[in-house]
Design a protein around this ligand. Structure first.
Ligand SMILES: NC(=O)c1ccc[n+]([C@@H]2O[C@H](COP(=O)([O-])OP(=O)(O)OC[C@H]3O[C@@H](n4cnc5c(N)ncnc54)[C@H](OP(=O)(O)O)[C@@H]3O)[C@@H](O)[C@H]2O)c1
Length: 258
């Protein structure tokens, strides 16, 4: 299938590791030009340099700290026209709802949600003018099934879901689709860190926690970043032109609701 990406320019946020890196890599391999943004530019350069030369040449690393408005505006000033925005940010620290106060909520909301909303607002007019665009946000299974002890993530991601659906209603008439992709448990640094934190909290080993987590997934394993990225690349491609306002699960069946 021709994904119709070779004339497209993408901005992928949180692209130095895990899901963001896998999506940025997948887009470059499919022929898109990719601006890959994160704080650790050296990690972007590392995965870029491991790509085949033609794909590597399509990747431009750019430093951006989504928790710093000046850094976000600096990135926007540099990035130019973008057809595809992949919204992604680091997940917040774990903890119960009662553990967090105003400052914690403001920090999590700014880093994960407000920066993304601001970036999308800045890039949407160009997409509308060209009559084509894709805005895909990496959400979490937590939007549909809140995860115990991840109160900040559960709370902020609900706001992102409301924003994304609203934006889809506004932009779809202009040829811009807006969707969310929901990871269940995809094996990245973040999942390892959460397993380690749960292990400490429960007095178990990280391997025991991971085994219990895997046992709750009908597929019987964590997903691979590439399996997740393949779906994301399709959702931002020319071929996914009639999918908008949706949340698409990539979770091996983990979410229990219909
Ligand atoms: N993996 C899963 O199964 C899963 C499940 C549910 C939800 N999620 C969510 O999906 C997102 C990606 O997860 P992941 O597993 O890929 O995590 P990851 O491997 O930890 O990657 C997080 C990415 O976000 C970037 N990032 C973090 N803070 C940033 C900041 N202030 N400014 C710019 N970039 C920042 C990191 O880059 P730098 O540190 O270089 O800036 C990194 O590239 C997270 O929000 C996570 O909570 C993941």
């Amino acid at each position: 299938m021709d994904l119709q990406l070779t004339d497209k320019r993408a901005l992928v946020l949180g692209a130095s590791s895990g899901l963001g890196a896998a999506i940025a890599e997948g887009l470059a391999r499919e022929g898109a030009s990719v601006v890959a943004a994160a704080r650790r530019v050296e990690r972007i350069e590392a995965w870029r340099d491991a790509l085949p030369a033609d794909a590597a040449a399509r990747v431009t690393p750019l430093r951006c700290d989504l928790g710093d408005p000046a850094s976000v505006d600096g990135m926007l000033a540099e990035v130019g026209a973008v057809d595809i925005l992949v919204g992604n940010a680091g997940g917040p620290p774990p903890g119960p709802a009662t553990a967090f106060g105003r400052e914690d909520w403001a920090k999590a909301f700014n880093g994960m949600a407000a920066s993304l909303f601001h970036i999308a607002s800045a890039l949407a007019p160009g997409m509308i003018a060209r009559g084509w665009g894709r805005i895909l946000t990496i959400g979490s299974s937590a939007i549909e099934q809140p995860v115990p002890n991840l109160a900040l993530s559960n709370g902020v991601r609900g706001a992102i879901a409301g924003w994304s659906k609203t934006l889809a209603g506004e932009l779809t008439p202009h040829g811009v689709t807006v969707n969310i992709i929901l990871p269940g448990r995809i094996h990245t640094d973040r999942v390892d860190a959460l397993d380690a934190a749960n292990a400490e909290r429960q007095g178990k080993s990280p391997a025991e926690v991971a085994a219990a987590s895997v046992a709750s997934i009908p597929a019987g394993r964590y997903g691979a970043p590439k399996e997740f990225a393949d779906v994301a690349v399709f959702l931002v491609s020319g071929r996914a032109s009639y999918i908008t306002g949706s949340m698409v699960r990539v979770d091996g069946g983990m979410i229990r609701s219909i």
